[in-house]
Write a protein that binds this ligand. Structure first.
Ligand code: TNX
Length: 505
C-alpha cells in the first residue's frame, strides 16, 4: 500500500504510472505566480514544517520543483484540478485558486504521514510515486455547521476547526449564530430606528447566555459573541482556505434570547427571562407585531452587509408554538426581506412551506424527504442534504459516548451510517442538490476537543459523500483509508473517535 491508495476523499481518477518516483530534494522550490502565490505559500508552510526544507516560492522552473499552474479552461468545473507526478516534477493544474487549493490537499496526503510532524521528521525521505490524478467534486457545497449559540466557540476555535476540515476539501461553514439560549453576532443600533429597539442589547444580554445540560462537562456552555469585525475576520480566514461562511439567524422560533434582549418583540412588551434549557420549539416571534418585521429587516440587513458569501440562513425549524398561519405569514416576509438584501436565502426544510424567492436553498434535515423533493421541484430551489440519521455530528457514537445527544431515530451513529448513504434520495437528481452538510449542535459540547471527537471521523465520511462520485465509493475501502488517516490526525493533534471496527495506523 502506498500513499496513492489512501487518498481521502477518493479522487475521480488515479492512475499509477510505471515510471520512477519523485523525491522532494532539500533544494526544491514551489513555482507559482499571481493569484496562485497564496496557495503556494500554504503548501510551502505545510511542507516546511514537516521537512525542515526551505522551499522558496519561485517564478522560473528547475527540475525537482513543485509547479502550481492556473489555466483558463479546465474540465470538471471551478474546483477541479489535476496532479501529475513524475520523476522530474510535480505539476498541479486548475482553473481557479479553489481548484489549486483542493489539489494541494491531495498533494499533502501523497506525502507520507510523517510530513505532518513538527519538528520535522529526522528519517524523512520524501518520495511520491509517479501518478496522474484528475479530480473534481460531485457537489459544490460540502459543509459543516457549528452551533455557536448553545455553546460559544471563540474566533480562534473556529479557525482551528477550519484548519482541520479543509484537508478533506470541505468548503462551507454554517454558523448557527442565534438560538433560545444566546445571541452571538453584534447588531448595531442604527440611527434610523422607528420603534427604538435596543439592538445592541442582543449581544449585551444575549451574548451572556448559553445552554446548561447536567450531563455535559462543564454543565454550562461558554458565553460570548462575535463583533462584526470578528465575523469579518473569520470569513477572511475561511476564504483563504476556500471556505465559505453561511451565517444563520434562526427565525421565527428559537428566538428566546432576542425576546430577552428586546421587550418590544413580545405582545405584552415585557422582556422574557434568559433561558439555559436545551428544550426546543417553545419560543416564537409574533406575526401581528410590526416590530417583528422591523427587527428582521435590520438584523438581516446588517448581517448581509458584513457577509462575504452569497447566502443568508434564516432558520425556520421547529417553530412548534407558532400557529401554522402565523408561521407562513412571518417566514414569507422573512424570505422576502432576506432576498431584498441581495443574498440567496437558505432555511431548514420547514421553511419551504412558503413561496420561495429566486435563488433560495432548502436545507433538508428531517421529515418526509419526498415533501422536500416536491417543494424543491415546484420552487426550483436546490437542496442541501443534512438528513439527521446520516449527517448529525452531535449524535452519540454509542450509548456510552461521554458527549453527544441521542434523539435521532436509528442511532447511535458511527462513521459507517454517515458513509453509507446517497444524497440523491427521494427522487432528487444531482443537479437539484447543492451539496451536503453535517451539523454539530452543541448542547453537550464545551470545547474544540470535544467537538473534534464528535466530528472525526464522521465528518470525513461526509466529505467523501459530498466530494466523490458514487461509482468510486466503497465502504470497505473507505474503512481501510480511514485507518491510514489515524496517524495523520494524531500528528496534527486532532482528537477523533477511534472506531473499533477500523484498524487505525
Ligand atoms: C434539532 S435540527 C434542532 C436543534 C437541536 C438539535 C439537537 C434542527 C434544525 N433543530 O435546535 O440543537 O435538534 O440535535
Amino acid at each position: 500500500m502506498n500513499t496513492t491508495d489512501t487518498l481521502i476523499p477518493r479522487p475521480s481518477h488515479v492512475e499509477l504510472l510505471d515510471s520512477p518516483a519523485f523525491t522532494l530534494a532539500p533544494n526544491a522550490r514551489i513555482v507559482a505566480s499571481d493569484t496562485a502565490v497564496p496557495v503556494a505559500e500554504q503548501l510551502a508552510s505545510l511542507l516546511r514544517r514537516g521537512t525542515g526544507f526551505e522551499l522558496p516560492i519561485a517564478e522560473d522552473t528547475l527540475p525537482g520543483d513543485i509547479l502550481l499552474e492556473l489555466v483558463e479552461m479546465f474540465d470538471g468545473g471551478p474546483e477541479a484540478y489535476s496532479l501529475a507526478v513524475t520523476e522530474d516534477a510535480i505539476r498541479l493544474t486548475a482553473s481557479t485558486d479553489a481548484g489549486l487549493f483542493n489539489g494541494v490537499q491531495t498533494l499533502r496526503q501523497l506525502f507520507p504521514a510523517s510530513i505532518e510532524g513538527t519538528p520535522p521528521s529526522a528519517d524523512g525521505t520524501w518520495v511520491i510515486p509517479a501518478v496522474d490524478i484528475a479530480d473534481a467534486p460531485r457537489f459544490a457545497y460540502r459543509g459543516l455547521m457549528l452551533d455557536v449559540a448553545r455553546n460559544f466557540f471563540t474566533v480562534e476555535e473556529v479557525k482551528e476547526q477550519i484548519d482541520v476540515m479543509t484537508q478533506f476539501k470541505l468548503n462551507a461553514l454554517h454558523l448557527h449564530l442565534t438560538d433560545d439560549q444566546a445571541w452571538r453576532i453584534e447588531i448595531r443600533t442604527p440611527d434610523e430606528n422607528p420603534s427604538g429597539l435596543d439592538y445592541a442589547n442582543l449581544t449585551a444580554t444575549g451574548g451572556q447566555g448559553a445552554v446548561e445540560v447536567p450531563t455535559a462537562v462543564p454543565a454550562r456552555g461558554n458565553s460570548g459573541f462575535y463583533t462584526q469585525q470578528d465575523f469579518r475576520d473569520i470569513q477572511a480566514y475561511a476564504a483563504s482556505k476556500n471556505v465559505l461562511v453561511v451565517p444563520e439567524i434562526d427565525l421565527p422560533g428559537h428566538v428566546n434570547a432576542a425576546l430577552a434582549a428586546i421587550p418590544q418583540l413580545s405582545p405584552d412588551g415585557q422582556a422574557k427571562p434568559m433561558s439555559t434549557t436545551a428544550e426546543v420549539g417553545w419560543s416564537t416571534l409574533s406575526a401581528d407585531l410590526p416590530t417583528t418585521y422591523e427587527f428582521a429587516r435590520e438584523v438581516l440587513g446588517q448581517l448581509a452587509d458584513i457577509t462575504v458569501g452569497p447566502y443568508l440562513h434564516i432558520g425556520g425549524d421547529e417553530a412548534h408554538v407558532t400557529a401554522h398561519d402565523d408561521y407562513v405569514t412571518m417566514v414569507q416576509q422573512f424570505v422576502r426581506i432576506a432576498a431584498a438584501t441581495g443574498k440567496a436565502v437558505v432555511g431548514w426544510n420547514e421553511f419551504a412551506a412558503v413561496e420561495l424567492p429566486e435563488g433560495a436553498v432548502i436545507q433538508y434535515w428531517y421529515g418526509n424527504v419526498e415533501t422536500t423533493v416536491r417543494q424543491a421541484e415546484n420552487s426550483g430551489a436546490p437542496v442541501i442534504m443534512s438528513p439527521a440519521a446520516n449527517t448529525y455530528l452531535d449524535q452519540k457514537y454509542d450509548p456510552g459516548s461521554p458527549v453527544g445527544l441521542s434523539w435521532v431515530e436509528g442511532g447511535p451513529f458511527t462513521w459507517s451510517e454517515y458513509y453509507n448513504w446517497d444524497p440523491a434520495q427521494g427522487g432528487l437528481l444531482d443537479q437539484q442538490i447543492l451539496g451536503v452538510e453535517g451539523p454539530l449542535w452543541s448542547e453537550t459540547v464545551r470545547n474544540n476537543k470535544q467537538a473534534q471527537w464528535l466530528l472525526y471521523p464522521r465528518a470525513v465520511s461526509l466529505a467523501e459523500v459530498a466530494w466523490s462520485g458514487q461509482e468510486v465509493r466503497n465502504a470497505g475501502d473507505f474503512r481501510r483509508r480511514l485507518g491510514a488517516l489515524g496517524e495523520r490526525l494524531t500528528r496534527q493533534g486532532v482528537v477523533f473517535q477511534e472506531a473499533p471496527d477500523v484498524e487505525w495506523s
